[in-house]
Every structure is written in C-alpha cells, then in structure tokens.
Design a protein around this ligand. Structure first.
Ligand code: DX5
Ligand code: ZN
Length: 228
C-alpha cells in the first residue's frame, strides 16, 4: 500500500492534491497520510481537526492520521469521529495506549501506534496486540524531506516476523524518507504500507510517482517471494 503524505502538498489546494493521487484500487493512493503536529511533541505545527474534516468531505481516499501531538488521550478520538480511517498516536506521548486503541476502535477507526527512530520496539510488543497498524518512523518526526534511516528496518523485520507467526495482527507502516531508492529495502524488510511525502508531491506528476513506487514494491516483493 502507498500512502502519500499531504505534508508535502500545497496546503491551499488540498482537495486538488488529494485528487491528484486518487485512482482505482491498485493504482492510486491506498490511504492519504495526514500529519498532525502540535509544536510541542514535535517542533513544528501543521493542521488539526477542522482541516481533517474538510479533507474527509473532499476525498474518498481513506485518511491515515498521524498524530504527532502531546496528550493524544484528549484529541485522538476526535479524529476517529471526524471520519479518519486510521488514527495513529505516538507511544512516547500516550499515557495509556491500550485504552486509547479501544476508544479509537469504538469510535469506528483503526488504531495505530507509532515509534520514533530511537524508540525500541521490544518493550511495546504486548501493547501492539491491541493495534491495527504499527508506524515505524524512519526519520525524526517533525519535518518532511529528511534522509531515510535504514537502521529502523530491524524493527520492521521484528514486527514482520511477529505478524507472520501470528503473534501480532497489524499492518506494518513506514514513514520518512521513502522514495524510489529507499522503498525496495523497506519492502524487503516486510513493510505493508509506505508513507511518502516529498517523493510524491515533489514530483511533477504525483499520481505517476505513486505508481512508480508501487512498481518498485511489486518488483522487490516478487524477488523476495513474499506476497504481502
Ligand atoms: C514527518 C512526517 C512524515 C513526512 C514524510 O514527521 O511524519 O509523514 O510527511 O515526508 P517525506 O516522505 O518527505 O520524508
Ligand atoms: Zn507521518
């Protein structure tokens, strides 16, 4: 799955930017990744609930809301109620991620847990049993356009193994620095869903960039003999 991040899109034309990557299943964007930043959990400020509501009304592409915010217990369910398909909170910010996952699911969304590049996965394996997605950050959260950190792929491999052996039931998502050069290594490590900001919206034709990324994933999955 490919999830273009609108962080790299033109914020004055979000409906058009969503349409630019939309398309039939297997060709267009699977999800639209929406980066919510509060200038506290990360040193940057982006958008919040009113923009997510407006975007949800403007596109059929499921919204994947990545909350880089403090106190997600206070805000996250609002994104589920606003129609987000998947709502991801940071394990470093949440006081009680398991309770939050239950609340998100009760509000009709999938529940996602994100870990920063330097956060180990092992202490959170039990918590992850309650989540639908794991968002492995491959850059320090806060800004688009940073360089991919291959060291995080070890965490992807761990999660992949646990999913493949039935210990976890979730999608493994990666976020940060994904482009035509880095996506193959991420695919071979076992990622299910690839977030890509600048490599999609920085391209002359974002829709084609999505297709090109998908082709790379297909080629490397075939090479690895892994069907997803
Ligand atoms: C960074 C965000 C990412 C960002 C990725 O904190 O979580 O979703 O949009 O951008 P690129 O793909 O440019 O690294
Ligand atoms: Zn993100």
């Amino acid at each position: 799955m490919i999830a273009p991040s609108i962080l790299a899109a033109d914020f004055a034309r979000l409906a058009d930017e969503a349409a630019a990557v939309a398309g039939p299943p297997g060709t267009g964007a699977d999800w639209l990744h929406v980066d919510v930043m509060d200038a506290h959990f990360v040193p940057n400020l982006t958008l919040g609930l009113p923009v997510v509501k407006a975007l949800h009304a403007a596109t059929d592409v499921p919204l994947d809301c990545h909350l880089m915010i403090e106190d997600p217990e206070r805000w996250a369910v609002g994104y589920a109620e606003a129609g987000a398909y998947n709502v991801t909170v940071h394990v470093e910010a949440s006081r009680d991620p398991v309770a939050l996952a239950k609340d998100l699911r009760a509000a009709g969304a999938r529940a996602g847990l994100s870990i920063k590049p330097d956060t180990p996965i092992e202490p959170h394996l039990e918590t992850l049993r309650h989540f639908d997605t794991l968002l492995v950050m491959s850059v320090e959260p806060g800004f688009g356009g940073q360089e991919f950190r291959p060291s995080v792929l070890e965490k992807v491999r761990t999660a992949r193994r646990l999913v493949d052996t039935g210990h976890l039931t979730l999608l493994v998502e990666i976020d940060g620095g994904i482009n035509a050069e880095t996506i193959e290594d991420a695919a071979e490590a076992g990622v299910d869903c690839f977030v890509a900001g600048s490599s999609v919206y920085g391209a002359a034709e974002p829709g084609r960039a999505v297709q090109a990324l998908r082709e790379k994933v297909r080629a490397s999955s075939a090479h690895r003999g892994w069907s997803g």
